[in-house]
Design a protein around this ligand. Sequence first.
Ligand SMILES: Cc1cc2nc3c(=O)[nH]c(=O)nc-3n(C[C@H](O)[C@H](O)[C@H](O)COP(=O)(O)OP(=O)(O)OC[C@H]3O[C@@H](n4cnc5c(N)ncnc54)[C@H](O)[C@@H]3O)c2cc1C
Length: 312
Amino acid sequence: MAGLSAARVLRRAGCYVEVFEQDRIIGGRMATMRLGTAHFDTGAQYVTVRSTSFQKYVDELVGSGYAAPWVPRGLNGEATPTMQQWFVGTPGMSSILRPLAESVRIHTSRRVHTMKRRDKGWMLWFEDESSVGPFHAVICAVPAREALLLLGRIDKLAEPITRVRMSPCWAVMVRLDTKLLPEKDVYSDMSEVVRWVSRNNAKPGRTSKGDQVLIHASPGWSRETEDADPEAVAEDLWAEVSHALGLPPTRPAQMSAHLWRHGLVDTSLGETFLFSSEDMVGVTGDWCLGRMAEHAFDSGARLGRAVMDALD
Ligand SMILES: Cc1cc2nc3c(=O)[nH]c(=O)nc-3n(C[C@H](O)[C@H](O)[C@H](O)COP(=O)(O)OP(=O)(O)OC[C@H]3O[C@@H](n4cnc5c(N)ncnc54)[C@H](O)[C@@H]3O)c2cc1C
């Protein structure tokens, strides 16, 4: 979100931009993942809006069919308006990134290993030792720990990043052949182990014969089980949810667990972004401003503008 938000600002200003993503798919923690024929939002569940710039973007998304408001059902199956309006990507959360990705050159399965500034500009190296560059400027739009690995040599950027704390979070996708969950669509802070449960198929734009249940473990439990076998994690979390909801013993049609190693921000930087105009390198991410997708969007857009000003 942060990287593509910055990329869009720079593209619109006429810059040539390339994005390098380590995964096979783009989206990061806004990803929509597949389990058999079902699709699950394994990271961000919805977005909220505070800033006018993000409001404008969400209006654009809703207008073009990439997002829709979501009012989950409460205890008795009735719509429960949340404190803030929730929006979800349609048909998956990753659709929220679609307009940002347009007309930007994106290379997937390209993990940046090293970045160095040479006379002619920035060079990037990948794990297979190939390289690209030179570039006039580089934006590092990765979780705080990854940013430290890439920028550790630039003290004035590295020092503030060490203050940031992020927690892991296990996400489990559960596909059921029947509709099993009680009427409610969302359960939060269910126990010390389970932080969030949602009926993924209750979101607008999704259809399913049975239920598609998405479980997020608590940060504490996720930290304790970070190195556990994903299959065992899926079993444990499904057992915990079944017990808490008093469900009849049911074998899911399919289950899969994914660990977001740097998932949730505990302590943010408290600044919109970091940028060194002397080195022409900047850092962005949700963790600069807060912990939500909208923070990532605003951080990236503002850094994009700062880089543009410095390039003028
Ligand atoms: C379980 C969970 C639930 C959440 N729920 C919500 C919610 O309901 N609402 C909300 O607003 N937010 C939620 N969030 C937070 C939201 O997902 C994030 O704020 C947002 O996605 C952060 O975007 P980002 O661009 O800063 O970082 P990321 O999405 O982490 O993007 C960073 C990208 O950099 C890539 N990368 C990392 N290192 C390298 C490298 N060396 N080379 C190349 N690529 C690299 C990663 O693969 C990733 O794609 C949730 C997050 C999690 C984990």
